[in-house]
Design a protein around this ligand. Structure first.
Ligand code: B12
Length: 269
């Protein structure tokens, strides 16, 4: 049965792995989608979507790399939907439900125990081929593939990401999401001056890549072959840009416009 599932998955441009649902079910993230998980779920099929492009593409970047490609929710969900259609045809009596990001599944940890990579000190999945420049999605199914989950393997803890984080969000053992620059840049309302200064300094109007850029595992990684990411890449976001279809659209245009104003402001803070 596993071979048949693998055959279907390998028709798409994605790498994948498996784990027992039971292994991750104790760590579900509370969100509305939790009710979509099928009763009697047995297996999680975890899929990664690499998004790194050639380095020279990032020269004029004014958002983090994940936001420079078309909205990954749409791209990942389209792939996952196609896979689920094929799987449902093949295994008529089983249920298959897919998620990407907006998911009750802790995707980083699930990808780790699905054999897709190490857990980085920055809290991100580090894949051997693509580094941490991957999005994660998954299919939760009642199909019992009799898989054996792996254990979580942590990175070497070289500390580069911890030292590079300008707000010390990684200094304590547990990641402090409330002070993370990526988190603050995505919030509504006023941005503290200290954070405005950092956004200007790094020229980044959405998200933050600092802890990933310094990671040794992200050097010379394989580039994405996902056409949607290659074709729809937009490195420089203008204040009057169309936000539809971009990763920051969910927040509404006010937030990205506020941020672009901050980083485009030429006066000293
Ligand atoms: C909320 C969120 C954020 C928040 C908070 C992040 C956080 N770490 O809490 C903010 C806005 C800061 C953020 C930022 C970013 N994010 Co984000 N984020 C998420 C999201 C939607 C949920 C994460 C979450 O709330 N987890 C719950 C908390 C409590 O988990 P936790 O801290 O890990 O603690 C749990 C584990 O330790 C667990 N545990 C312990 N042992 C074990 C063992 C097992 C087997 C399991 C399963 C669990 C487990 O127990 C704890 C309690 O549950 C995920 C998607 C998802 N559904 O997972 C994407 C996700 C993690 N983000 C992603 C990305 C790309 C980013 C950014 C890189 C974007 C950017 N460039 O700015 C940054 C990176 C910042 C960083 N260093 O983390 C990707 C990561 C891809 C990768 N390679 O790992 C994800 C997976 C989205 C996706 N579908 O691709 N993010």
């Amino acid at each position: 049965m596993r071979k048949e599932v693998e055959k279907i998955l390998s028709q798409y441009t994605c790498d994948f792995g498996f784990c027992e649902y039971e292994k991750v079910s104790d760590y579900l993230i509370k969100c509305a989608n939790i009710r979509k998980i099928p009763e009697n779920a047995k297996t999680v099929i975890t899929v990664i979507f690499p998004y790194c492009l050639e380095e020279n593409k990032y020269e004029n970047l004014n958002v983090s790399r994940y936001a420079a490609v078309p909205d990954y929710h749409t791209v990942a969900n389209a792939y996952l939907e196609k896979i689920v259609l094929k799987l449902s045809e093949k295994f008529e009596n089983e249920k298959f439900v897919f998620f990407a990001d907006n998911s009750p599944i802790n995707e980083v940890f699930t990808a780790c125990v699905s054999g897709l990579g190490k857990l980085g000190r920055n809290g991100l999945l580090i894949n051997e081929k693509y580094g941490s420049w991957v999005f994660i999605g998954e299919i939760v199914t009642t199909l019992d593939l009799n898989v054996k989950s792996g254990e979580i393997v942590r990175c070497e803890n070289c500390n580069k990401c911890v030292e590079a984080c300008p707000v010390n969000a990684l200094s304590k053992e547990n990641f402090d999401k409330d002070i993370c620059l990526s988190h603050v840049s995505q919030k509504k309302g006023d941005i503290p001056e200290e954070y405005q200064q950092l956004m200007k300094k790094y020229g980044c109007a959405w998200g933050c890549d600092i802890c990933q850029k310094v990671c040794p595992h992200n050097k010379n990684v394989m580039k994405t072959s996902i056409e949607e990411f290659i074709q729809g890449f937009q490195s420089h976001i203008e204040e009057d840009c169309e936000i539809e279809g971009r990763a920051f659209a969910w927040r509404g245009e006010k937030v990205i416009k506020r941020n672009l104003k901050i980083i485009n402001d030429k006066t000293e803070l």
